[in-house]
Design a protein around this ligand. Structure first.
Ligand code: GTP
Ligand code: SPV
Ligand code: MN
Length: 588
């Protein structure tokens, strides 16, 4: 099999592509340049093969529907591996395979796997083009759907190759859709080799290798040795009526509200306030020359959860998906308009569901898959921060950790200090969601929302977080939030979405030392009346319930954290366990 390209003469790259192609044996190798013509011809091809279905051109210009295999609808954490030389380097919260074993096993699967198919060479850059902090990756894939998604989610094409030049400094990503057989599906990371091999899934975080695989798993590993941090965080800028903008980063687990918070529209009471989106999923954090922590969003688009998105909950997301968007596993109307649970208005009488089957209103089954998604370019966002392409990023004044918890965790709490904030992040727990396969609604520890994304031992990751304090003379203040506390009937106590602005305002004021706080046994909370509730029609007792600290619940919580820490043995930073014991002793 022969192939040529005029796009690069990089010997490292050409040699590696040749090697991978001779293993996978595609019929042809196509180099992607990221041009508009290329996008059009790939799209036309995908439509001709039924991989993409054109949507209603009037309602959804330039937009398409993709239906994935019903067995391939979310990340597969049990099939995701960190392949470090020793198991200890991956730690107890990651699946581990010895690198030699993983390469051998997957070589067996990749061998001849692209016969009759095309291998696309997808060069991409995570982070602004030309920035020394950005990372170049090359993804080899046999999926045209992956290519088109990478074209939206990353700076894809010739610009990335130009950045790479003749160097060997690129992530080697190999992806093959295979037969979509869950028995032959693995997502393997080789941090020491800056390599990712993904076989047997075409979906999201399993297949778009720039996102979770490179920007978080490999990224967190690189960050540890290079002195920066790769985090599962949104980044937003909140501008007050005087025009001062404060930047905030927030880590919430998958499908726990990052996209919504990053695109929030402040309620009427906050006339003159604006929220700008820098990123909705991933933040790369570095210490700036001025001693502050600066954040860059390495992505270029949004791979967002569709269900629950509507004109009331997230009007900016609705604008983001108004054109040039790929929808995956949503339902469609007869005239090819998209639909999902939680979209505005009543469900239509009849739909075609996410699997292409007829669906009738009132059906017990969901029409859209709970993890159905949209892939939309960041430039569609009317509130896109003008700083997104700034290589320095934006200076972060507050970092927020938040989970999906029906009880215990109050609406908002500020840490005493950096170490206590790291403790709050390290003990973050959340109910599982449809973003990964497996049981949903089960509370599990998801430290810093990074449980599925940390590319090395979580205890070492916490040490890295603790150590960062020394390198950040002007650190952000650390907070935790919970939008998801429920009353005894199982209803959310706090209205959430745009109303979260009321909580954000307190956080920003605290970060600037503008407002007081109430000391509790476990952290700082707003004083009575400090969360502005004007113009909000909600029974104030519900807010009291949402913000309450119930000692008995905290006792259970703190005791449950013991086993979480113990699994890390000697590597566990003592500071965090001592903080846990201190907090517990305050109740006892
Ligand atoms: P990933 O893309 O998986 O990392 O998810 P994400 O953190 O960006 O989550 P997203 O903003 O897409 O929200 C996921 C789900 O949570 C959606 O169904 C939302 O409607 C719901 N949600 C988001 N914010 C709130 C909130 O403030 N309150 C409530 N009750 N639900 C929310
Ligand atoms: C998540 O699961 O946190 C996502 C979606 O952002 S995926 O790209 O599939 O990881
Ligand atoms: Mn995510």
């Amino acid at each position: 099999m022969r192939h040529t390209t005029t796009l690069t003469s990089n010997k490292h790259l050409l040699g590696w592509v040749e090697e991978m192609a001779s293993m996978c044996q595609p019929d042809q190798v196509v180099w992607c340049d990221g041009s508009a013509e290329e996008k059009k011809s790939l799209t036309d091809y995908a439509v001709s093969k039924g991989i993409l279905i054109p949507l209603n051109e009037e309602k959804h210009p330039g937009s398409y529907l993709h239906r994935s295999s019903p067995n391939d609808v979310a990340r597969v954490e049990h099939l995701t591996f960190i392949c470090t030389p020793t198991k200890e380097e991956a730690g107890p919260t990651n699946n581990w395979m010895a690198p030699a074993d993983a390469y051998a096993k997957l070589k067996g699967w990749f061998q001849g796997s692209m016969k009759g198919r095309t291998m696309y060479v997808v060069p991409y850059c995570m982070g602004p083009l030309g920035s020394k902090h950005s990372k170049v990756g090359i993804e080899l894939t046999d999926s045209v759907y992956v290519v088109l998604n990478m074209g939206i989610m990353t700076r894809m094409g010739k610009g990335a190759l130009d950045m790479l030049g003749a160097t060997n400094d690129f992530n080697r990503g190999l992806h093959c859709t295979g037969e979509l057989n869950p028995e032959r599906r693995h997502i393997c990371h080789f941090p020491q080799d800056n390599t990712i091999w993904s076989f047997g899934s075409g979906y999201g975080g399993n297949a778009l290798l720039g996102k979770k695989c490179l920007a978080l798993r490999i990224g967190s590993f690189l960050g540890k040795s290079e002195g920066w941090m790769a985090e599962h965080m949104l980044i937003l800028g909140v501008e007050d009526p005087d025009g001062n903008t404060t930047y905030v980063a927030a880590a919430f687990p998958s499908a726990c509200g990052k996209t919504n918070f990053a695109m929030m529209v402040p309620p009427r009471r906050f006339d003159g306030w604006r929220v700008y989106t820098v990123g909705d999923d991933i933040a790369w954090l570095r210490v700036g020359d001025d001693g502050r922590l600066w954040a860059v969003n390495p992505e270029n688009g949004y791979f967002g959860v569709a269900p629950g998105t509507n004109w009331k909950s997230n009007p900016n997301a609705m604008k983001c998906i108004s054109r040039d968007t790929i929808f995956t596993n949503v339902a469609v109307t007869k005239d090819l308009q998209v639909w999902w649970e939680g979209l505005d208005g009543e469900a239509p009488e009849e739909l075609t569901d996410w699997q292409g089957r007829p669906w009738k209103k009132g059906s017990a089954e969901k029409a859209a898959h709970p993890n159905s998604r949209f892939t939309a370019p960041a430039t569609n966002n009317p509130m896109l921060s003008p700083r997104v392409n700034d290589a320095r990023g934006v200076p972060i004044s507050a970092v927020i950790f938040g989970g999906r918890r029906s009880n215990t965790i109050p609406l908002v709490m500020q840490s005493w200090n950096w170490a206590h904030g790291v403790y709050l992040g390290a003990t973050l727990a959340s109910e599982t969601t449809a973003a990964a396969t497996g049981a949903q609604g089960v509370v599990r520890r998801d430290p810093m929302a990074m449980l599925p994304f940390c590319g090395y031992n979580m205890a070492d990751y916490w040490s890295h977080w603790l150590k960062m304090q020394k390198h950040v003379p002007y650190p952000p203040k650390l907070f935790m939030v919970n939008w998801f506390r429920k009353d005894k009937d199982g209803k959310f106590l706090w209205p959430g979405y745009g109303e979260n602005m009321r909580v954000l305002k307190w956080i920003v004021d605290r970060a600037h030392g503008k407002v007081g706080a109430q000391e509790t046994l476990f952290g700082w909370v707003p004083k009575q009346g400090h969360i502005d509730l004007s113009g909000l029609s909600i029974d104030p007792t519900r807010v009291d319930e949402a913000t309450a600290i119930v000692e008995a619940e905290w006792k259970t919580e703190l005791e449950a954290q013991k086993a979480h820490f113990e699994q890390f043995g000697e590597r566990m930073p003592k500071t965090l366990e001592l903080i846990r014991q201190t907090l517990l002793s305050r109740i006892n």
